[in-house]
Ligand binder design. Structure first.
Ligand code: FES
Length: 502
């Protein structure tokens, strides 16, 4: 018997091997590959299904019942309900074709080519190699954004870049080099010629990758004259791939709303839907889009990076060691930790649960003040929340709720008229919708909300099948709204900062 404390997960046909602590949740282990967990990993939707090709994953009665209800045979498992207790080989069903979060299959015209989609985030990069004939993901690459050593968030990257042309150039060459390494690795595994590489990211990532001046993004109204699509040849970037491959960074919508949101809007079906929809992407900024095929209003909010765990005393991003959810059991906090290891910190979804429990248990008042001394809420031996953490959360949730309300008003809509509200962003996988709605972060009924974890990557893959003209004509169908200049902003913000749980 193997007594190793780790297990290996081999991903077929990608050939990728992940090493994880024995007993890890399979969904946690593979979420960084750009997978969606539409029901939040509760074993309801069946969308995280994997085919078990080698090894054993034990079934409990709940897991067995869901597989039966979903009419999945004995070779299938749901990643969110699976524990990794030995070496396994799996095939991820989501990588077999492109499917939208609302389960509408994406209609694409097959091409005898491969394509590469890149989601260039401020924190992480995910690239996928797609067989454009079958729609199947053939390989995945993930990495942390190496620019992070020069600043955790986009504002600090801008200020670093503004200090000297050499520093700006350093950020550009770092990111080009890292994305290039991923693309070269993927290109080497392509089974057909690669036609194009489509890259999406926020406005700052767009400017830094493309070598554009970030000065306009540093001062009001934060509008750059260079928001368009930018083409490169491999030679322009020094990438060792076939010279005929077209590399495109897709266009921004405006200000801090980049092509990642354009891709998200496309993935959420908002350009074709007749009924109104909302997309909220809670990354380093909070980006919001409201509308339908007749027009979409977009804005970025100064939500700050609280949802990514930054500026929180024990905060961290949603990775191994992060408390991702908390429930109350017999008066005690029961923390779920990503990767089933001792808790090192807390990520955005855990923060929501901790504050929800603090408010509903009467430890935090309506103003957000911890009622007792010392003003600390312990969660585990090592992880706790401080008064300032509650403040950070209040500022972030008020910014998001205010942004949604003002954009709804702009579009002459109410919350109740929204057909679907898509929540995107890394922590969307884990967020407890009842807690988020109850705290006033998302003021929609949980039944209106759809989780669309990496909407940017899904949209980038869909854009591989579309020509430049099609993508460029989407941009004027969106309009960027400056929230801060709206006279109702301050009053709405002050109202949304309070906790009024129901
Ligand atoms: S069943 Fe696993 S994410 Fe929904």
């Amino acid at each position: 018997m193997n007594h190793s404390t780790t297990c290996q997960i081999t991903l077929a046909p990608l050939g990728r091997v992940l090493t994880v602590p024995r007993g890890s949740n399979l969904g946690d282990a593979i979420h960084e590959l750009g997978l969606e967990f539409p029901c939040g990993g509760k074993g309801i939707c069946g969308n995280c299904k994997v085919r078990l090709l080698a090894g054993h994953i034990a079934l409990d009665p709940l897991h067995e019942a869901v597989l039966k209800r979903k009419k999945l045979g004995p070779e299938w498992r749901l990643a969110c309900l699976s524990r990794v207790d030995e070496d396994i080989t799996i095939e991820v069903a989501q990588f077999e074709n492109i499917v939208l979060a609302d389960e509408t299959p994406f209609q694409f015209t097959p091409r005898a080519q491969c394509g590469i989609a890149v989601d260039l985030g401020s924190t992480t990069l995910v690239s996928q190699l797609l067989d454009m004939e079958s729609g199947q993901v053939l390989s995945v690459q993930t990495a942390l954004n190496p620019q992070a050593v020069y600043g955790a968030d986009i504002m600090s990257r801008i200020s670093y870049a503004l200090q000297s042309p050499e520093q700006a150039e350093r950020l550009t060459s770092l990111i080009r080099h890292t994305v290039g390494a991923q693309v070269e690795e993927l290109a080497a595994q392509a089974t057909r010629p690669i036609g194009r590489v489509r890259i999406v990211g926020n406005t700052v990532m767009h400017h830094l990758f493309c070598g554009l001046d970030v000065t306009p993004l540093a001062t009001y109204p934060f509008e750059s004259p260079h928001n368009g699509m930018v083409h490169f040849t491999p030679a322009d970037l020094g990438w060792q791939i076939d010279a005929s491959i077209d590399i495109t960074f897709l266009p921004n919508i405006g200000s801090f709303v980049g092509s990642d949101i354009l891709a998200g809007i496309y993935a959420a079906g908002m350009f074709s839907s007749s009924s109104p929809r909302v997309l909220v992407d809670l990354g380093t900024n909070g980006e919001i889009a409201v509308g339908n095929r007749d027009g979409i209003a977009c804005a970025s909010t100064a939500a700050g990076p609280a949802f990514e765990g930054s500026n929180i005393s024990c905060g961290m991003r949603a990775s191994t060691g992060a408390i991702s959810s908390i429930t109350l059991k017999e008066g005690h906090h029961e923390c779920h930790v990503i990767g089933s290891v001792p808790a090192k910190g807390i990520c955005g979804s855990g923060l929501i649960d901790a504050i929800y429990l603090g408010v509903t248990q009467g430890e935090i008042d309506e103003q957000g003040v911890i009622r007792h001394e010392p003003k600390i809420l312990p969660l585990t031996d090592k992880v706790h929340l401080e008064q300032q953490d509650i403040r950070e959360f209040q500022l972030a949730k008020a910014a998001v709720a205010t942004g949604v309300e003002l954009l709804l008003h702009e579009q002459h809509l109410t919350h109740a008229e929204i057909d679907k509200m898509f929540i995107a962003g890394g922590f969307g996988n884990y967020i407890n919708l009842e807690h988020a709605t109850s705290l006033g972060l998302l003021e929609f009924a949980p039944s209106q909300i759809v989780k669309l974890s990496n909407s940017a990557l899904i949209g980038a893959k869909m854009f591989l099948f579309q020509d430049d003209e099609f993508i460029n004509q989407l941009v004027p169908r969106t309009r960027h709204i400056s929230l801060e200049s709206n006279p109702a902003f301050l009053d709405t913000f002050c109202q949304k900062i309070l906790f009024t749980t129901h």
